[in-house]
Design a protein around this ligand. Structure first.
Ligand code: GLN
Ligand code: ZN
Length: 753
């Protein structure tokens, strides 16, 4: 019988407790660090992660979740499935980074969100010419490295079903190619057995989304085949981010030894009701790997005990990889004691797993101190006045549909046109202008105390003045202040709202070397004072053209924060919406005729299962409408969305009822407009006329051609002219040239109307 481990996590973060890997890969890219030095940093980070796990009492350690960029890219490398266009790059590491980031001559793989998290993976491209071949060097190397250190290594790879379902195909589909890669996995398993691995973890998170019967049948066949191999480690198929649903009985019917289930996002009932569960080692994800709250150990123990009665054996685990939470609470010195006691980051979660495993093995008395500490924390949390602001709760309780409803869009269009006359095909930008060196220097100087707040504001105002002058010179119609004062479109607001806490070092990987520091929403949301009005007022004072007030919407603020787990998301969304609503009203009172409320993350929070999507869209749209329906009919609401393929959210975009929606469209050649027409969208729309993700300056002809294409789908009265997204990542020279061409193209096409 295989050793049934008792305590584990599904994966470790890799960016480093102080973002060491970020610094090292960026130095490597800049030519300031050689490959050997980069590898030494990686090796050291792996050693640290493993040491932390083993010393905490984790008896099966995930190995192979380290990555220089992304685990899907690593899997593509493992299966010999890098795109043809990087094949000419001899050096392996440079080829890998070329696939990840592109080079001057080669575009990178596309990037997209990893399920419903804020992590982004690279999308492997599979073509008819892809001929898969196993290259197991990375995972075998890391297993050898771990075993040499005495670490009980459990190699982790992304499974064949998930790998293919998440890849992109030029023709054919995922299932057509399974038979080509299953033998490679079989070969891999035999080599891992040779390397001494007792267990292998095969991640199949794609199984927590809706799957067709054909996909489920294919899953069964894959695991029947892998389980039938006689030389292999015990197989743990890992799921996370939701319930396995119909895939769970499929997995239990195969000969695999273990299944990891997410008992935070998923439910215990379905698991214990599944046939054959008594024949499996169940890795129970009871410690939340995605959110930052301290585990209420009592409830988790009860879950584990119930599961133990049914399953063959049980191990305690996190619900998913710890990739999605910050490393440690150590060093978060600005946390007050109460708030700190409610939280658990990566290190603390490892401790919780170990504690629960002890409790499960030896009984509650063995962890009495930990249990009472967790109970005390839960009690102070429930009683903390910051979590329950009666004024806010009363306001929410009194809301009616009228608070989320404006008069008919066509009537608004008429009154807005007389309030603010604009030319046909009005030109505007999405909000941010280049984050110049001067801005970065000022921000750093403020942080170190070299300059004070007054000096910082003075410098940012100078930036605003420059951006207004530039837009006037270029002849744009609706101006923006440029957002120089915002470090980040969510954190900026979170820092000004009660109920949020911003961490000092709570970094999590977003993609590659890019990390974000999500704020923690812990209490009721209150806006102590206006957040953006002074910046707006100053910008508007510099010009006779209209300046847009610029806000982030409630769904996006929620999506890019760690959220409360003690109330429904919908309630948190409405609380934030009220704060944004008050801000729109203040902006209007200060003279704004246009207020833009950005919701680039509207699609990100969409639940993985179709059955859960309508309820989400309902509250998400409702929160946006609550945030924007408090102003006069004469004031225009704009919104901005950052994707061009709507999929399931298309109807919701019409439901937002924004007077103008600017949306990414350049890369998909205006196709979004047809999608919008298909759901009867009849509001203003600004399909991005050029792609801001590249430094390339689009020509006047090219932009004019896009506009003419857009006019085939949208009448001129509803069409706006703008780039795809904000300009903060671009350089000032290319921005000026691109916008000059944009204005010229708008003029040229206007003349044709
Ligand atoms: N207003 C923001 C900006 O221009 C929007 C950013 C976004 O869409 N992600 O930067
Ligand atoms: Zn955008």
């Amino acid at each position: 019988m295989t050793f049934a481990f008792t305590a584990t996590v599904l994966g470790s973060p890799r960016i480093g407790p102080r973002r060491e890997l970020k610094r090292a890969v960026e130095a490597y890219w800049a030519g300031n660090l050689d490959a050997a030095a980069l590898e030494a940093v990686g090796k050291d980070l792996r050693r640290q992660a493993w040491a932390e796990l083993t010393s905490a009492g984790i008896d099966s350690v995930p190995v192979g979740t380290f990555s220089y960029y992304d685990q899907m890219l690593d899997t593509a490398v493992m299966l010999g499935a890098l795109p043809e266009r990087v094949a000419g790059i001899d050096d392996e590491l440079d080829r890998y980074f070329a696939a990840a980031r592109g080079t001057d001559t080669v575009p990178p793989l596309e990037m997209t969100k990893w399920f419903d998290t804020n992590y982004h993976y690279l999308v492997p491209e599979i073509t008819a010419a892809t001929s898969f071949v196993l290259n197991a060097a990375k995972v075998l190397g890391e297993v050898a490295e771990a075993r040499a250190l005495g670490v009980p290594a459990r190699p982790v790879v992304i499974g064949p079903v998930t790998f293919l379902l998440l890849s992109k195909f030029d023709d054919g589909s995922a299932l057509d190619r399974l038979d080509e890669i299953v033998p490679l996995y079989a070969d891999l398993l035999s080599r891992l057995a040779d390397a001494g691995a007792e267990w292998v973890q095969i991640d199949e998170p794609a199984l927590v989304a809706d799957r067709t019967d054909a996909e489920l049948a294919a899953t069964r066949s894959v695991y029947d085949r892998l389980a039938a191999l006689d030389h292999r480690p015990a197989i743990l198929v890992a799921s996370y981010f939701g319930d396995l649903g119909a895939a769970l009985p499929v997995l239990t019917s195969t000969g695999i030894e273990g299944i990891a289930v997410d008992l935070v996002a998923g439910s215990l009932d379905a698991v214990i009701a599944t046939p054959d569960i008594e024949r499996k080692h169940l890795v129970a994800g009871v410690v939340d790997g995605r959110n930052v709250w301290r585990n209420g150990l009592d409830g988790s123990l009860a879950t584990l005990e119930t599961l133990r009665e049914r399953a063959g054996s049980v191990a305690v685990s996190t619900s998913c990889s710890l990739l999605h939470v910050p490393y440690t609470l150590d060093g978060e010195d600005a946390l007050d004691g109460a708030l700190r006691s409610w939280l658990a980051f990566g290190s603390e979660k490892i401790g919780e797993v170990a504690t629960l495993a002890t409790g499960l093995r030896s009984g509650r008395d063995a962890i009495a101190a930990e249990l009472s500490e967790a109970r005390a924390a839960a009690a102070t949390r429930a009683a903390d006045p910051r979590l329950h602001d009666d004024a806010i709760r009363d306001r929410l309780a009194a809301l009616t549909d009228a608070d989320r409803t404006r008069i008919a869009a066509a009537d608004r269009r008429a009154v807005q046109a007389s309030e603010l006359p604009l030319p046909q095909l009005p030109t505007t930008t999405i909000g941010s202008y280049p984050q110049t060196t001067a801005i970065r220097v000022a921000r750093a100087a403020l942080r170190t105390g070299e300059i004070d707040q007054a000096e910082y504001v003075r410098r940012m105002r100078a930036e605003v003045a420059d951006v207004i002058a530039l837009q006037e010179k270029l002849g744009l119609d609706v101006l923006v202040h440029g957002e120089p004062e915002r470090n980040d479109m969510v954190q900026y607001f979170a820092e000004q709202l009660d109920g949020f806490f911003a961490t000092a070092n709570g970094w999590v990987q977003s993609y590659g070397s890019r990390c974000v520091r999500p704020p923690i929403l812990f209490g009721d949301v209150r806006r102590p004072e206006p957040m953006t009005v002074e910046w707006f007022t100053y910008a508007q004072s510099l010009t006779d053209k209209p300046v847009k007030g610029m806000l982030t919407g409630p769904v996006t603020i929620l999506a890019w924060s760690f959220v409360r787990d003690d109330q429904p998301l919908a309630e948190s969304a409405d609380q934030i919406a009220l704060a944004i609503r008050d801000e729109t009203i203040d902006l209007e009172a200060s003279g704004a005729k246009v207020v833009q409320v950005d919701e680039p993350a509207l699609r990100e929070l969409l639940p993985l299962r179709a059955a859960d999507q309508p309820a989400y869209l309902d509250w998400a749209v409702g929160a946006f409408r609550l945030s924007t329906a408090g102003i006069a009919d004469t004031t225009a609401i704009h919104t901005h969305l950052c994707y061009s393929e709507f999929g399931e959210v298309i109807g919701a975009i019409a439901g937002l009822d924004a007077d103008v929606t600017s949306i990414e469209a350049a890369r998909s050649h205006m196709e979004v407009l047809d999608d919008l027409n298909a759901v009867g969208f009849d509001l203003g729309v600004g399909p991005g006329v050029y792609d801001i993700h590249s430094p390339r300056v689009p020509s006047v002809d090219e932009i004019a051609a896009s506009l003419r294409a857009a006019l085939k789908a949208v009448p001129s009265e509803r069409l706006w002219v703008n780039p795809d997204c904000g300009l903060k990542t671009r350089g000032p020279v290319e921005v000026e040239a691109s916008l000059r061409h944009l204005v010229e193209a708008a003029h040229a096409v206007r003349a044709e109307l």
